[in-house]
Design a protein around this ligand. Structure first.
Ligand SMILES: Nc1ncnc2c1ncn2[C@@H]1O[C@H](COP(=O)(O)OP(=O)(O)O)[C@@H](O)[C@H]1O
Ligand SMILES: [Mg+2]
Length: 276
């Protein structure tokens, strides 16, 4: 029996939300899979046939350590997507260079003057850490308000106001196909769609333009990372009437298994295929 380790974090020792459906789908394919905490020194990563990085959501402040861990695992074991892809994806600076793919305009600001210039260009802007997740550190800078630049490297984008009407749409691309889609809306007084900030996520039917754009985004990423991607979640916002990529999550995108249990089947198929 093949052995698979699903990398998680201390906060989610049993696995990501809705993990039971993925556990069952893997068992149904005869795969011996177990969740393991990525920074638990007692885990035998070398002994696994395949490692899938999943809910390792605590590495943001320890990205060097995380990348070193993935590289070491990859020396002996297949890691889905893999260390080079993660390294490329860790810094949201990739948004400023995604080829021809429409992306929410993204400026890598390094000084208060550059941030001011971005506010002059776009009006209200969103400032966020280049390395970050879970909406942490995402702030809105209104035109006319004082501008203080955080210490960490940041990027600035126009505040896409359709976040309050259309919300954010996420397309899951797994095994080369766009397989499912959710819509996420923020709670009152927020722009962040994450549940911990009052956001709500619902399944929506797959739609052509969004899935085409998501596939394009993954293809562009493959050009930059030098390898085709096993999985990814592409977050889209409607800006100026057009869908644009706001984030490309190819390291540890939550699969929203509680909302989209069917993602478990497709992800299990991917694991089975990569085990050969
Ligand atoms: N330019 C923007 N305009 C409007 N809302 C935004 C913008 N950028 C981010 N947001 C909101 O903030 C959330 C978090 O930003 P995101 O770039 O996805 O970072 P994270 O990696 O922390 O999820 C998004 O899901 C969205 O709800
Ligand atoms: Mg996000």
């Amino acid at each position: 029996m093949n052995s698979v380790l699903l990398a998680t974090s201390r906060d989610w020792p049993a696995g990501e939300p809705g993990h039971e459906t993925l556990d069952k789908a893997l068992i149904a394919r005869g795969i011996d899979a177990r969740w393991a905490v990525w920074d638990d020194a007692s885990v035998d990563w070398v002994g696994a046939d395949l490692v899938a990085v999943r809910s390792t959501w605590d590495y943001m402040t320890r990205s060097e350590e995380f990348l070193a861990w993935v590289h070491s695992v990859e020396a002996t074991t297949t890691v889905l997507n893999g260390a080079d892809v993660f390294q490329w994806n860790l810094d949201k600076g990739y948004l400023a260079r995604l080829g021809d793919v429409p992306v929410v305009p993204t400026r890598l600001v390094v000084s208060a003057a550059e941030l001011e210039a971005t506010v002059a260009e776009f009006g209200d802007v969103v400032v966020k850490p280049r390395v970050g997740a879970g909406g942490i550190g995402v702030t809105v800078v209104r035109r006319g308000n004082a501008i203080a630049l955080p210490d960490a490297p940041v990027l600035a984008q126009p505040l896409v106001t359709t976040i309050h009407t259309d919300g954010e749409t996420s397309v899951f691309v797994i095994g080369g196909e766009a397989v499912s889609m959710v819509n996420k809306v923020p709670g009152a007084g927020e722009i962040r769609v994450h549940e911990q900030f009052g956001g709500r996520t619902t399944e929506v039917a797959m739609s052509g333009p969004e899935s085409v754009l998501a596939l394009e985004a993954l293809r562009a990423a493959a050009e930059f990372t030098g390898r085709p991607l096993d999985y990814g979640r592409v977050d889209l916002l409607k800006y100026d009437g057009n869908w644009c990529v706001s984030e490309l999550e190819v390291t540890e995108p939550g699969l929203y298994l509680d909302v989209l249990p069917a993602n478990a089947e497709v992800f299990a198929d991917l694991v089975a295929a990569r085990l050969g």
